[in-house]
Each structure stands twice: as C-alpha cells, then as structure tokens.
Design a binder for this molecule. Structure first.
Ligand SMILES: Nc1ncnc2c1ncn2[C@@H]1O[C@H](COP(=O)(O)OP(=O)(O)OP(=O)(O)O)[C@@H](O)[C@H]1O
Ligand SMILES: [Mg+2]
Length: 417
C-alpha cells in the first residue's frame, strides 16, 4: 500500500479529505441549480446549516480518528450522522447526492460487518431518491416507480461491489498478515544467525584454548617423562659414585649416568619433533617394555618380570607411547619411593582393550595423604592419568601403606592402520 511522507495511505487521505471535496462540489452544483430545482430561501438556509454541520462533523472525525482505523470507536456515529445529513441535503437539492455517495465508500471501515448492508441500503435510498427526478419525497407514481427501479439498481450494485470490496479487503488483510509473519520470521532468522555467529566464535576460541591446554599437557608430560626422569636417574647414579671407593664400580655408575644423559637427550629431541620414543621405533610394545624392564632391573638391582597375555597386535603409535610412558613412570616410582624387592609388569591384549599392570611389593602409600600438586615433583601419577585420558583410557592405583602398589592402565586397543 502506497504511503505518503506523513505515513498515511492514499485510502486514509481520501476518507479524510474526500468528503470535503465532494461536499464542495455538491454545494457548487446545488447553488447553480437552485433555481432549476425550485429551492426556496428557507431551503437554502437549511441546506447552508446542514452543510456547516457536515463540515463540523468531518472536522471532528478527522481530528478524532486521523488514521481512520477500521471499526474505531465512534465510527458508526460518524457514519450515521453523515448519512442523515446527506439524506437531508438531498431532500433540498438532489445534487447533494454527490456528497451522500460517500456512504458507499467507507461503510466497510466505519460500520461493524453486520450493519454494513443496512448502511449501504440507506445510502442507496438517498441515491435513488435524488436520481428519480422531482425531488424527495417522490411526487408522482412515475417518480415512485423510478425511485423503486433506481433503488433496486443501487442496492444491487452496492451489494455486489460491497462483496467484491470485502473479499479484496480480506485478501489484503491476509497478505498483510503474511508479510508481518514473514518479517517476524526474518527477524528471528537474523537473530538466530547472529547468535550462531557468536556461538561459532566462542567455539573457535574454546577449541583454540583446549588445543593450547592439550599441547601444554603433552609437553609437560614429555618433559617429565624424558628430561626429569633422566635427570633423576643421573642424580641417583652420581650420588652412588660419591659413596663408592671401588673405581671399577664407580666407573660403571658414571657410564650409566652418561648413558641416561644420552638417552634423555635423544628422547627430548624426539619429543620436540613429536616422534615416537626411540624404544618404539624399531620394536613393538612388548619388546620395548622388555628392554625397559631389563634396564630398570640393571639400574636398581631389583628383580622385575614382564608377562604378556593375549594375541600381540600392532598398535597405534599413541597407544604404544602412552603405555610405555606409564610403565616407565610406574617403574621409576617403584624405584624411588617403594623400596621394593620385586616388581612385575603385565601387558594384556583383550580384543577391544589393552591393559598394563605394574606392581611392586614395596611400602605402598596412602593416596589421600599426597600433598596437592606443588610444582616440585608430584607430576607422575597425574601425568599417567592425563596420558591415558587423552586416548579415552583410565589409570587406577591400588595401594595402601605396607601393601605394595599396583598401577593399572586400561586403554582402547587401536590398531595401527
Ligand atoms: N610405587 C610407589 N610406592 C610407594 N610410594 C609411591 C609409589 N608411587 C608413588 N608413590 C608416592 O606417591 C607420590 C606421588 O608420585 P608421583 O609420581 O606423582 O610424584 P613423584 O614421583 O614424587 O615426582 P615426579 O614423578 O613428578 O618426579 C610419591 O612422592 C610417593 O610418595
Ligand atoms: Mg613419579
């Protein structure tokens, strides 16, 4: 619907100013034809008063309901008064039907639906009366017949056009509702898109943060398992040298310290390049574990056995590295804290899962007594868990003071592709 700069539609402006224009034309035509239709001076005064009343009515309605909202309160009063004035004016001069015809135009907007027909019929009476010749009331039988015929014609046309208008109005109303609904849906869509964009940005940020945190954990675990482990071993060997007088034995310890340093340096370099540990480069996990256990026994002089159960299968690098590192840390703990006389490592291939158990018969400990992570050591147990969780696995520790310790890791068996 076309709207003017002040926001009103063409229809609204027509309903507001149209009656003035038609009244003006009607007054002009009536003045010119006053002699022809035999208006007396009294008639002219009466018509003048009614014209002023019509203007006042139009002024009131224009001020009260400038937007002419459909079925606004007061609208029927306005319609009825205008129809009565129009009828009365036509009584004095038929040319006032030019004004009375407005009753056809806005009946649908001003009257409730059930009274619209009555409004049209009243207007039809006025129009037929003014067009039947001889003025109102009809003077002769011929005038009455003409009035009747004209009334039927007017009434029929008004009803037909009224129906067409009503259907058109309904269609327009439905269109307007559809447009409003579409606009609402559009707004909702825009909101959803904006929310989506924000969510996407948040997810990206979270993913980046999670990636950073994950990489930090990987680096921490690698530093702990390569450099820190190696340095701990080297310190132990060097300490042993200071308390040994036998130069041959001291030489052995120094060689072991040098070997550990070389090994740790190599592992640290491999970790920087994100490669699998040297132990897994040429060997599969059982073979690598065998060497680890043998090396541990050699360093600690504590007997340790490796048992492998199930069918050995080629493992994905991540699975192999995770279990090897867990075994190394568990053995390192057994050497440093347990004071064990025996240790056992069991690797079990169980179809969809693979488990690693590292047991010692040492002093054991109370996990509840462990001091919270202090930054000085104490990373090992947490690191084992973090490594296992990274590949959807778990680590459980069974221990109590005097009862030895058993570390059990359980991870999905992902085969090398
Ligand atoms: N096999 C074990 N026997 C006895 N005590 C153990 C054993 N394993 C761990 N503990 C106890 O649990 C504590 C925590 O072990 P964890 O591996 O987390 O740290 P850490 O070995 O002290 O230091 P880090 O591993 O960071 O060099 C140890 O300090 C020790 O008291
Ligand atoms: Mg440890």
């Amino acid at each position: 619907m076309r709207t003017a700069r002040d926001g009103t539609t063409v229809e609204q402006r027509f309903f507001r100013y149209g009656p003035y224009t038609l009244l003006g034309i009607a007054v002009l035509m009536s003045a010119l034809s006053s002699g022809l239709v035999g208006m007396t001076v009294t008639d002219m005064y009466a018509a003048g008063i009614l014209t002023a009343a019509a203007c006042a009515l139009q002024l009131w309605w224009g001020r009260t309901r400038p937007g002419s909202t459909p079925h606004a309160p007061g609208a029927p009063v306005y319609y009825v008064l205008r129809t009565v004035i129009g009828f009365a004016l036509c009584w004095f001069n038929p040319f006032f039907s030019i004004y009375a015809i407005t009753g056809y135009f806005d009946v649908g907007v001003l009257l409730p639906k059930r009274f619209a027909r009555a409004g049209l019929m009243c207007t039809a009476v006025t129009m037929a009366g003014s067009q039947s010749g001889g003025g109102m009331p009809p003077a002769s039988l011929t005038n009455w017949v003409a009035f009747g015929a004209l009334f039927v014609l007017h009434a029929s046309l008004a009803l037909v056009f009224g129906n067409i208008g009503a259907r058109e109005a309904e269609r327009t109303q439905r269109q307007a509702e559809t447009i409003t609904e579409l606009e609402r849906a559009n707004t909702r869509l825009e909101q959803a898109l904006a929310e989506n964009a924000t969510l996407h940005a948040q997810l990206l940020l979270q993913a980046r943060e999670a990636g950073i945190a994950d990489e930090r954990r990987r680096l921490a675990a690698d530093i702990h398992d390569t450099l820190a482990q190696g340095l701990t071993g080297i310190i132990a060997q060097l300490q042993a040298v200071t308390s040994i007088a036998d130069p041959v034995l001291a030489r052995e310890h120094l060689d072991r310290a040098a070997g550990l340093a070389r090994h740790s340096l190599g592992e640290a370099r491999r970790s920087v390049h994100n490669l699998v540990p040297a132990a897994l480069e040429d060997d599969d996990l059982p073979a690598a574990l065998k060497k680890t256990v043998a090396g541990w026994t050699e360093r600690t002089a504590v007997r340790a056995d490796l048992t492998v159960t199930g069918t050995v299968e080629p493992l994905h690098d991540e699975v192999g590295v995770t279990l090897l590192r867990i075994a190394e840390e568990a053995l390192s703990n057994a050497a440093r804290h347990a004071g064990a006389t025996r240790a056992g490592v069991t690797l079990s291939y169980m179809g969809d899962e693979i488990t690693l158990d590292v047991r010692d018969d040492g002093c054991g400990f109370d996990p509840a007594d462990l001091a919270p992570h202090s930054g000085r050591g104490g990373f090992g147990l947490g690191g084992m868990r973090a490594r296992a969780e990274r590949i959807a696995g778990t680590v459980e520790i069974e221990t109590e003071p005097g009862q030895g310790t058993a570390v059990s890791a359980r991870v999905p068996l992902v085969r090398r592709t």
